[in-house]
Write a protein that binds this ligand. Structure first.
Ligand SMILES: [Zn+2]
Length: 187
């Protein structure tokens, strides 16, 4: 009953929140068709609020693995057409989600880079040869210590270079060391 009343827009909100990832097996489109599962079943009083909803793939949500052999239903062509449509719809939305995530990540790395840049000099973090590797390294640190701490480390490192405390050729190592310390909970 209530299960059927989840609107398409709420479903995609749940998918978006959960990163289009099945909460049980971790798979994403297009290898699975996603559904919305009730954490507390409707039959047990669970509601349709976002906090009770979880992204789950069709197989996990329907306990396909638990189904006894010989009970596989005959091919349902209307069902298949509907599934194909859902797959395409979910894949498009998932791509959009990944693009937004990528943009947010790039912006975060730019902010760290700008914290360095703002100290009145050339962009001190990135070397030309390794810029993309360095950007992904920064992104990993942002994931571990947060954007604010990464920006802080960039400023500390920039100051250290500007004041001559750290030689320019060691700036990247110093900057990474600073972030590693934060990641370990040191200052
Ligand atoms: Zn699953």
């Amino acid at each position: 009953m209530a299960r059927r009343t989840i609107s398409n827009s709420v479903r995609f909100k749940v998918f978006d929140r959960d990163g289009f990832t099945c909460g049980y097996c971790g798979r994403t489109p297009p290898s699975v068709v996603l559904e919305v599962d009730h954490v507390t079943p409707v039959s047990a009083g669970g509601g349709n609020g976002m906090s009770n909803l979880l992204t789950a793939c069709f197989e996990c949500n329907n306990g396909k693995a638990a189904r006894a052999l010989g009970t596989v239903p005959p091919l349902d062509y209307r069902g298949l057409a509907n599934e194909t449509k859902q797959r395409a719809e979910q894949l498009a939305a998932y791509r959009g989600y990944l693009e937004r995530l990528h943009e947010q990540n790039e912006e975060a790395v730019d902010m760290v880079s700008l914290a360095y840049w703002s100290h009145d000099g050339p962009n001190l973090i990135f070397s030309h040869e390794n810029a993309s590797r360095e950007r992904s390294q920064i992104l990993i640190f942002i994931g571990r210590i947060g954007l604010e701490a990464a920006v802080d480390c960039a400023q500390v490192s920039a100051n250290a270079v500007m004041s001559g405390y750290v030689q320019k050729k060691y700036q990247w190592r110093y900057f990474c060391g600073c972030m590693w310390k934060r990641a370990r909970g040191e200052r």
